[in-house]
Ligand binder design. Structure first.
Ligand code: ATP
Ligand code: MG
Length: 417
């Protein structure tokens, strides 16, 4: 006989199986976000994981890294080009338009879930990753920007990771300021054309602001001395930015001006920001966002101002660090077939009463007791044939070893006490 070994298919590169203490940290980030978005009255929305490719290519801009290099696009069986969402904003904007949510404007939305980008996998950078996301659609007022930033700050504080994470803030001005800045950047970088990375030589024609966001060392050398937006800001744009910073100061949110901060996507106007840390190596941006007043129009809707942010759950969870898995309150240890059957009912009652309960049902008594000890429970409820016949259980306090017989009907007060 030949040995036909079946080979287990490997997971897709850049995807993760998150388990145990890391999964607890991940869940903690999501739960904290869910709690805080309610404090700020953001409404929950669930979105499809895929959209027509045009949703992303039209809104993100053909020349962005995400659209030109990172999208997972495919033809479905009907020959339509679809894309796994690389970010939330474009799909949310599509939903805003196709569902007629204009009536709710200003609409505060929160969501979270997986996103897909074809990137070079490394620590903190995956091909399937997860974000929490918050947006305010239909608000032109700087108060909306402030509210989102204060919410992001509160999230980081409540996760206990605000120390060592800085808010870097910039304005890209209104359309006119941005255009004048763009022209100055083309002129400046044009003088160094041959020394720029190939990508940035290409960006020079198509999307010069993005050179400022380049991670290539050859480009970084010139970014420091590039013209800054401040020289090109209209009076209105200056006022808008001042209102944002005043709001942040009033709310006690620390920020730093970052004159060359631009966002990876094309549609930003006015406020642009990132929360960054040096505790995650090269993947130091944990949360980023800004105002995208041009996006709704890019998707064929009426002029609608909007602002939002997204944060990588994995990166936040890495800062949070591993979190212990919650321990049990009670471990139930049945011995023998009759006790095992009865235990199912007792365990169900205890859990319905809100206790966290483990049941040790594998192996001999010694194995079961050691499992009960490992569960972190305060009490073990030991059910033997003899106890059961008397309508009782032995309750053992695991830290002291003390034990007492307790009637089954009186278990709950003893275990809760
Ligand atoms: P980066 O500069 O790190 O590539 P980005 O500008 O592409 O980030 P955004 O599109 O603004 O990122 O996404 C917001 C956040 O989502 C980032 O700040 C980061 O925390 C997280 N993020 C983005 N791409 C990835 C990825 N491939 N893996 C893990 N997290 C990611
Ligand atoms: Mg990126």
């Amino acid at each position: 006989m030949t040995d036909k070994r079946i080979e287990t298919p490997q997971a897709i590169r850049g995807t993760q199986d998150i388990f145990g203490a890391e999964a607890e940290a991940f869940a903690h980030v999501v739960e904290t976000f869910e709690r805080i978005r309610r404090l700020y009255r953001f409404r929950r929305v669930e979105m499809p994981v895929f959209e027509k490719t045009a949703v992303f290519s039209r809104s993100l801009g053909e020349t962005t890294d995400v659209v030109s290099k990172e999208m997972y696009s495919f033809e479905d069986r009907g020959g339509e080009s679809l894309t796994l969402r690389p970010e939330f904003t474009a799909g949310l904007t599509r939903a805003f338009l196709t569902n007629g949510w204009q009536q709710h404007a200003p609409l505060k939305l929160a969501t979270h879930g997986p996103l897909f980008r074809y990137e070079r996998p490394q620590k903190g950078r995956y091909r399937q990753f997860h974000q929490i996301n918050a947006e305010i659609i239909g608000a032109a007022e700087p108060q909306a920007d402030v509210e989102l930033l204060v919410m992001a700050d509160q999230l980081l504080r409540e996760l206990g990771i605000a120390d060592g994470v800085t808010l870097q803030l910039n304005t890209l001005g209104d359309g006119e300021s941005r255009e004048n800045w763009r022209r100055a950047l083309v002129e400046y970088f044009g003088d160094h054309r041959a020394e720029l990375s190939e990508d940035s030589q290409d960006r020079l024609e198509r999307n010069p602001l993005r050179i400022l966001d380049s991670k290539d060392r050859r480009d970084r050398a010139f970014v420091a001395d590039a013209p800054q937006i401040d020289a090109f800001l209209s009076g209105e744009a200056q006022e808008f930015f001042a209102a944002v910073t005043e709001g942040l100061d009033a709310a006690g949110v620390a920020w730093e001006r970052a004159g060359s901060l631009v966002r990876g996507l094309d549609y930003y106007r006015h406020t642009a920001f990132e929360f960054v840390t040096d505790r995650l190596g090269a993947q130091g941006t944990v949360l980023g966002g800004g105002r995208y007043d041009g996006l709704v129009e890019a998707l064929g809707g009426p002029a609608t101002p909007a602002v939002g942010w997204a944060a990588g759950i994995e990166r936040l969870a890495m800062l949070v660090g591993e979190r212990g898995e919650p321990s049990a309150d009670v471990a139930v240890v049945p011995m023998g077939a009759a006790a095992e059957a009865a235990a199912a009912g007792i365990v169900a009652d205890l859990r319905r009463a809100g206790l966290t309960v483990d049941m040790a049902f594998k192996g001999n008594m010694k194995k079961r007791m050691s499992r009960a000890n490992d569960s972190g429970a305060r009490h073990a409820v030991i059910l033997g044939e003899e106890e059961l016949a008397a309508g009782e259980a032995t309750v053992k306090t695991l830290s002291t070893g003390d034990q007492a017989r307790v009637p089954l009907t009186g278990l709950l007060p003893v275990l809760k006490g």
